[in-house]
Write a protein that binds this ligand. Structure first.
Ligand code: SF4
Ligand code: FE
Length: 484
């Protein structure tokens, strides 16, 4: 396994083509805007080495029998799934942001299932190729980016009907050594902190779209790949000298548009090619695993609740009964989310490949709750924090020899609380509910791992409605004698 330091060094060796604010970023690792996101992934390496967290962050490889980072592991039993949920909460609480590495973990597990299933039907050797790739990932403790979401263009049209055929990533050439692909993947979490990019289709496909039914893995610095970093609210605060206004000065996340311009993929890295009827299964498996992964939001919720209790104390309002009650509600909502990600893991079952899969219905219910509860928790946090959270002058004003005394005088709160600390906690709440971390805690809770409607469709498909009706009809005498 790599240490955090070795991970950082390994990223420095990558020759990524990264753009931000219209300019090429030459030193990605040390860029002040991107650095906190690297720190967050580095925490997945760091905590795996610490005795108190190693049990959750490591596992024993079913391939080599060696101890590996859990982010490279294929779930072998329910306990692995439960540990994954607990690991997500722990890391969310440690970083208070998206720590990015789960997309790769979820892609690996989904592919371990689907490559096996394709081979069972067609006698192909995708699973063998995948296992070789997995061994490489485990052996070198790599971070993988699971890349699923195509730009999609006109949402009313199938991939083949789009005005521009590249709006869904597809195969443009095929040769004896491999394939050439063109297209893009949008909103890619942690893209420039990854060693490998694992591409999967974004929707179920029909035969006419079979050139779009493609899955593969390539090193992140493969020729033809360009990363364009997405903006986040308040991102340029990271360029300022002071650290207070950033809110969370240690960690952050990033998303990028990843453009594939005629990228060559050797056959041994291709895990699906034209088996269009398995595209939907791969999407469903990846999405369900990633919906479980939203255990991370519970950990971020822990931080937000802790910050809210702190600000209530700093404001001198912590004893008010309505404040206490609101904080109880925040905890109730957050622990309800925890119930969902533990439940879908505890009810996991093995697939034909041997990989354990979460309970799909419960994973979708969990993610549906995630599209709502963090917003309510954030609303309560803003209620308790007060308007100062958004009208507070800057750290530079506090430090100003001319006006700093006014800030000190008029923004004092409960006795004994330093004004700077009050500013710090308010900025953290701002960061989590309005700033760059709100990307992860709010909008990503809504749209990451599929927008709310995607889960509602899955819930309607997966609940056994007939069984529920039978129960009701039996009790009130509607059912036929034979069914009673
Ligand atoms: Fe992991 Fe959560 Fe980020 Fe997804 S949103 S990659 S689950 S930390
Ligand atoms: Fe996500």
């Amino acid at each position: 396994m790599m240490t955090a330091q070795q991970y950082e060094e390994s990223l420095k060796k990558l020759k990524l083509v990264v753009y931000m604010f219209g300019k090429r970023v030459e030193n990605v690792v040390d860029d002040p805007i991107l650095r906190p996101s690297m720190n967050a992934v580095a925490a997945t390496y760091d905590l795996a080495m610490r005795p108190e967290s190693a049990e959750l962050l490591t596992a024993v490889s079913h391939l080599s029998g060696k101890k590996i980072n859990r982010f490279c592991h294929i779930h072998q039993n329910r306990e692995d799934l439960v540990k994954k949920s607990k690991m997500g909460r722990m890391l969310g609480g440690h970083t208070a942001c998206c720590f990015q590495r789960c997309v790769g973990l979820d892609a690996l597990n989904a592919l371990s299932i689907v490559t096996y299933d394709i081979d069972a039907k067609y006698g192909t050797n995708y699973n063998e190729r995948f296992i070789k790739f997995l061994a490489h990932v485990q052996e070198n403790d790599l971070t993988c980016d699971g890349a699923m979401t195509d730009p999609k263009g006109n949402r009313g049209l199938a991939p083949r009907d789009q005005a521009d055929p590249d709006l869904y990533l597809h195969v443009v050439e095929e040769g004896p050594n491999g394939i050439v692909v063109t297209g893009a993947k949008a909103h890619q979490t942690g893209a420039v902190n990854s060693h490998e990019i694992i591409v999967m289709p974004t929707v179920a496909m029909r035969e006419e779209d079979k050139e779009y039914a493609v899955s593969f893995a390539v090193p992140s610095d493969t020729q033809g790949i360009t990363y364009i970093i997405g903006r986040q609210s308040c991102d340029t605060r990271k360029l300022e000298a002071g650290r207070v206004d950033v809110g969370n000065a240690m960690f952050g996340g990033h998303e990028a548009l990843v453009v594939f311009d005629r990228v060559f993929v050797p056959w041994e890295r291709v895990f699906m090619h034209r088996e269009y009827e398995f595209a939907g299964a791969l999407v469903e498996k990846f999405a369900s695993y990633h919906r479980q992964s939203y255990a991370c939001k519970v950990g971020v919720g822990d931080v937000l609740i802790g910050a809210t209790q702190t600000v209530a104390e700093y404001n001198g309002a912590a004893r008010a009964s309505h404040i206490k009650d609101k904080i109880i509600e925040m905890n109730q909502l957050n622990e309800t989310l925890y119930c969902g990600c533990i439940a879908c893991a505890s009810e996991g079952r093995p697939e034909p490949s041997g990989t354990y899969m979460v309970d799909t219905l419960l994973a979708n219910v969990h993610k549906q709750n995630v599209t709502r509860f963090p917003y309510e928790i954030a609303r309560l946090a803003q209620d308790i924090a007060g308007g100062l959270m958004v009208t507070l002058p800057s750290e530079a004003d506090l430090l100003s020899p001319e006006i700093g005394n006014w800030i000190e005088k008029y923004y004092q709160g409960a006795e004994g609380v330093a004004v700077k600390d009050r500013m710090r906690i308010l900025r953290l709440i701002e960061n989590l509910t309005l700033g760059s971390a709100a990307v992860g805690y709010l909008t990503e809770s809504m749209h990451g791992a599929g927008s709310p409607q995607a889960q509602r469709i899955m819930i309607s498909r997966l609940v056994d409605m007939k069984a529920k009706q039978r129960k009701a009809k039996r009790l009130c005498g509607i059912a036929a004698e034979s069914e009673r």
